[in-house]
Design a protein around this ligand. Structure first.
Ligand SMILES: [Fe+2]
Ligand SMILES: [Fe+2]
Length: 327
């Protein structure tokens, strides 16, 4: 294995998933009772109304939770991450970027396209292997919500809003990327693609942290102030689960409208999800803090109101009600 300086990405040709990773496939026949996703990462899994469902319906729910995660990932990569990454690569950000920064953006563009490909590929493999079909999936409601934040808080600056979206998302460390590869109970093909994905994302994290420093120092103070208020909203929105597909899957599993509403209300508004939000966002928040974002007027208040500033490792962090902005 060759070692390069961390700012040199020529090893991308050897280390990236799209260049050198194997095609991950379901090995052999697929048990519909397989652990498609870690149970503890499915917020409604232990809800009494979900526990009471017939075993086959529970298997379908778990498979569809995975499908939803993978479909979301495929869309997010191409429609959010690559929308901004393409601008950086093409030189359409308004920033004066060195060629190396643009070349790396094209490399990331390839990575994200590949992540979308293997995500949909595994949905199709598992659907074929189990006979559990995916439900129709629509990303547009989530995207409208996410883009709505920039349209409101950074009106007139759509490119900046897109660049901040990608910086935020690429510096988050979601519990799925972190935990699924380590979970030996989970179906191997799922662990493998999440591990492959996490490996590429580690490099993206470094790239977008540096990109943010360039972007930030180039912004006039008036725009920095507006951006500082926008960032916590973008974090919360990026991490807020889209509850529409959850509701659809619970409905197909046999729950009536009242039961679906109860399960979602009980499962997605707990203090645990606020703590998980802070944990996933800790690197992003540190990046912004180090760049001086929190020193701007109103910024610390905005991050605090979004629940992003309590001490993650504290014994009993004070919990705030979770904003349901991504639903
Ligand atoms: Fe990715
Ligand atoms: Fe990425």
């Amino acid at each position: 294995m060759t070692h390069h300086e961390s700012h040199d990405n020529h090893d991308w040709y050897e280390r990236s998933g799209v260049r050198s990773g194997p095609h991950r496939t379901v090995a052999g026949p697929l048990d519909p009772a397989a652990r498609f996703f870690p149970h503890h990462l499915v917020p409604y899994w232990d809800h009494p109304l979900v526990r009471a469902l017939p075993e086959r319906r529970r298997q379908e729910l778990l498979a569809r939770h995975l499908y939803h995660y993978l479909n979301f990932t495929a869309h997010f990569e191409t429609r959010v991450v690559n929308r901004a990454t393409e601008r950086i690569a093409d030189g359409r950000t308004g920033l004066d970027l060195p060629a190396q920064v643009r070349l790396d953006a094209y490399r990331i563009y390839c990575d994200e396209g590949y992540h979308a490909l293997f995500s949909l590929d595994v949905v199709e493999q598992i659907a074929a292997g189990t006979g559990i079909p995916p439900l129709p999936y629509a990303f547009d409601p989530f995207l409208r919500q996410l883009d709505g934040i920039g349209a409101e808080l950074l009106a007139g600056e759509p490119v900046l809003a897109q660049l901040l979206q990608v910086v935020v998302f690429e510096t988050l460390v979601t519990s799925v990327l972190d935990e699924v590869p380590k979970d030996r109970d989970v179906l191997p093909v799922v662990r493998e693609i999440v591990r492959d994905h996490a490996r590429d994302e580690g490099h993206h994290h470094v790239y977008f942290s540096r990109f943010f420093e360039r972007l930030w120092h180039d912004l006039p103070t008036s725009l920095q102030r507006r951006a500082a208020r926008c960032l916590p909203e973008l974090i919360v929105s990026s991490l807020s689960p889209d509850l529409r597909p959850v509701g659809a899957a619970l409905t197909v599993a046999g729950l009536g409208p009242d039961a679906v509403r109860d399960v979602i209300a009980d499962s997605y508004r707990s203090p645990a999800s606020t703590a998980a939000l802070r944990t996933s966002a800790r690197h992003s928040v540190r990046l912004f803090r180090d760049a001086g974002v929190l020193e701007l007027p109103g910024a610390a208040e905005a991050f605090g109101a979004a629940g992003l500033l309590a001490d993650v490792r504290g014994g009993a962090p004070q919990e705030r009600p979770r904003r349901q902005s991504g639903a």
